[in-house]
Write a protein that binds this ligand. Structure first.
Ligand code: ADP
Length: 425
């Protein structure tokens, strides 16, 4: 199999978002969970997105796992590898974007790589190196209070420089607007001055097309789904990949009971849960009890067991910032987050045992914990529910065929849960 594009995604919802973008652009795309095992039958595709869970783990773990995925792609002759990060640059001063970038750049034998989290479709733009979420700089957006990666600086040149061993430069919008050759020339200049990574400004999709075309002349690039869009369009323009009609999964409904699980505490998810309360039974879990034992997960399953025959249900640990902060003070940020993720994964496992085959999960880390627990090896990318969120149909799942939607916290409109359930037939 000749692979036009290999992608290493730092979390599972980010991977679905990227797979969705690539599929929308016409690339035949598969998302795998972790590095595919030798016996996983993969269809002939243009792009493979390997989903890792390295966004919020120790940097030392992340720099082991990402190069292993890179090796897998190189062994399959992938012409270009993209390291997919969040469009809100979720990271801390300890990493993991900088350390992973450094490790992959060394592996790819590149001196300097292009980096852009811009994705205009979801209102993420980069100007003068500053990331904007909608109309406000990153540090004034709700990402300021993210439970795991609070983002308090919008200047990505500074943010990345604090995480990376190499110097970080900037390819300004005026250069990007001149096209791929100008970007390449600027990158060469920066590289000659010892710069290891360059943040590329991007405000419009045409900027991403130029960045994508420039990046394809290298072995590695770093960005969010917007960069995927640029790379996909550049691959099609270069004739390396042919534009395909997107496969619709509607013709083969999965059916049976459906459920939603939410562990994201983003403003968007909190509003979506409030809206879901108007159309389906919603159970709000007690976060304190979730952290301290297994009884709360069992309570959720008993609650769901009596309701699933009548229609979909939603189970949520999500809580507003004050509640999240209080729990984190008591148990520590990471232990609290991971304990809740594991409890939600236990609930997901129990829901599958109750017959659920259609599952909607809100939260990047939460989705990672759920998909790992269900041991799903790969997904085909189906129709789009909301920007960045496709229907995913399992490949090689031990539970038989299932359809899932994995939503990054901030994604989707207020009616997301009902929208998702309507599409996952
Ligand atoms: P997002 O996509 O919004 O970033 P994630 O699932 O990646 O969502 O991250 C949310 C984190 O918050 C997870 O680690 C989750 O376990 C944790 N969490 C969920 N509910 C609570 C809560 N009530 N209190 C504290 N942390 C919580």
């Amino acid at each position: 199999m000749t692979l036009a594009l290999g992608c290493i995604a730092d979390d599972y919802t980010g991977a679905s978002d990227l797979a969705n973008t690539l599929a929308k652009q016409g690339l035949r795309t598969v998302q795998t969970i972790g590095i595919p095992s030798a016996d996983l039958p993969l269809p002939e595709v243009d792009a493979i997105v390997i989903s890792l869970k390295i966004r919020s783990v120790a940097a030392s773990d992340a720099v082991e796992r990402a190069p292993a995925a890179h090796d897998w792609f190189r062994a399959r002759g992938a012409a270009h590898v993209m390291y997919k990060i969040c469009s809100t640059f979720d990271s801390t001063d300890a990493g993991n974007i900088g350390p992973v970038l450094d490790a992959l750049r060394a592996d790819a034998l590149e001196t300097s790589v292009l980096v852009t989290p811009a994705f205009p479709e979801t209102d993420r733009t980069v100007y003068k190196g500053n990331l904007f979420v909608g109309a406000v700089p990153l540090n004034e957006s709700s990402l300021r209070d993210h439970p795991l990666n609070p983002m308090r600086d919008a200047n990505l040149v500074r943010v990345l420089a604090r995480q990376s061993t190499g110097a970080v430069g900037l390819v300004e919008l005026a250069t990007v607007a001149q096209g791929a050759d100008a970007i390449r020339t600027r990158l060469e200049q920066l590289s000659a001055c010892g710069t290891g990574a360059a943040i590329a400004d991007a405000v419009f999709e045409t900027d991403l097309e130029a960045i994508g075309a420039a990046a394809l002349t290298q072995r590695l690039s770093v960005g969010a789904s917007g960069l995927g869009l640029g790379l996909a369009r550049a691959l099609i323009a270069a004739g390396t990949a042919r534009r395909q009609q997107r496969v619709t999964l509607r013709e083969h409904p999965i059916g049976g009971p459906a459920a939603c699980l939410a562990g994201s505490c983003s403003r968007a998810t909190l509003a979506q849960i409030a809206r879901a309360e108007q159309s389906m039974p919603v159970l709000r879990l007690d976060p304190e009890k979730l952290v301290s034992g297994s009884a709360e997960a069992q309570r959720a399953l008993d609650w769901a067991a009596g309701r699933l025959a009548e229609g979909p249900v939603l189970i949520a640990s999500s809580a507003p910032t004050e509640v999240v902060s209080a729990l984190q003070v008591r148990y520590g940020r990471d232990p609290a987050g991971h304990a809740i993720e594991q409890s939600l994964a236990t609930i997901a496992e129990g829901l599958i045992a109750l017959g659920v085959r259609r599952l909607v999960v809100a939260g990047g880390e939460t989705s990672g914990a759920v998909v790992d627990r269900l041991a799903i090896p790969a997904f085909e990318t189906g129709p789009e529910i909301a920007p960045g969120v496709p229907v995913l149909r399992t490949l090689g799942s031990p539970h038989g065929e299932m359809a899932l939607a994995l939503k990054s916290g901030n994604f989707g409109g207020e009616g997301f849960f009902a929208d998702a359930l309507a599409i996952i037939a």
